[in-house]
Design a protein around this ligand. Sequence first.
Ligand SMILES: C[S@@+](CC[C@H](N)C(=O)[O-])C[C@H]1O[C@@H](n2cnc3c(N)ncnc32)[C@H](O)[C@@H]1O
Length: 341
Amino acid sequence: MIETQIQKYPPTRFMGSKQSILPNIREATQNLDFLDVIDLFSGSGVVSYMFKAMGKQVYSNDFMKMNSIFSTALIENNSIILTDPEVEELLHYPHQTDGFIAKTFNGLYFSDEENHLLDRVRFGIKAVGDKYKRAIAMTALIRAAIKKRPRGIFAYTGDRYNDGRRDLKVSLEDHFREAVNTINRAVFNNGKNNLSLCEDAMKVSLKAQVIYMDPPYFSPYSDNDYVRRYHFVEGLACDWDGLDIQTHTKTKKFKSYPSPFSSRNGAINAFDILLKRFRSSIILISYSSNSLPTREEMLSLLYRYKRHVDVISIDYRYSFANHRQRKTDNNKVKEFLFLGY
Ligand SMILES: C[S@@+](CC[C@H](N)C(=O)[O-])C[C@H]1O[C@@H](n2cnc3c(N)ncnc32)[C@H](O)[C@@H]1O
């Protein structure tokens, strides 16, 4: 039953998503005795969803608004769905918009018509009263924009990676409708008060019996900047409120959020602070063999605060390799799960 529920999570191409190693994460945690869990870097939300399906009380956190909205729609929300008439109302929002997307991103990612549609739905969503309906609609709009975008990212402009795949042929409207249906089907009640947070992980003061940490992996060979790839949809999620668009950039991105995981020493230091803070919880960390800190460094960090550490090693191939990695075939890495207790 749990398996069937987990499979309802909308498939995701989110960078670093752990969708493909969920069975390993589940296996590592299913014999542990715990009631609640914090997913500190929730990303696509798929791991939080797995814990929700396992009947746990889940606190899902990510400092990107779009990711916290995914969790509001599918982790915190236990029952609300968006109906077909509501979807059509959003697609045909009748009032004037500010045309912000059409003006700011003219000719960069989508056609004029698609930009106007994005503006309309964006305005329609603002007018929706219910928080969970808003979250479902925004999650669907973001999914639609990502699907309609070659490679699903916004780190380049134009259409140069258009390989003619189905997703690029389907209209934005239909992607939106399809996404709402997929999300509606995934909404379920696990009988717990789950919560979605949008905070810097370094400031999360909640406690839980299990803490799952899956921060961006630091490597000197590739950048792990989520905002650079997803700035357009993150902007959409925030309505560009408080975001400072760097108008001189070709992509019209905004300045990335500061994160300690963008340097080796920053990552080591951040792990140390987090491990210390959550020392009385069971700690599960995802990390990879081509990232820093190394496996040995991670072990010694964990042994500062935990008596037992198990390392589970999973063969894993990243679909999101950069060119440099591909040339050296370095993208075949091991994904580690460190379990400290
Ligand atoms: C490897 S991804 C998590 C993937 C997720 N486990 C999944 O399966 O989709 C890392 C996430 O950490 C988030 N992040 C990076 N720095 C953060 C910080 N300081 N506080 C909170 N979230 C952060 C990023 O936005 C990104 O979503």
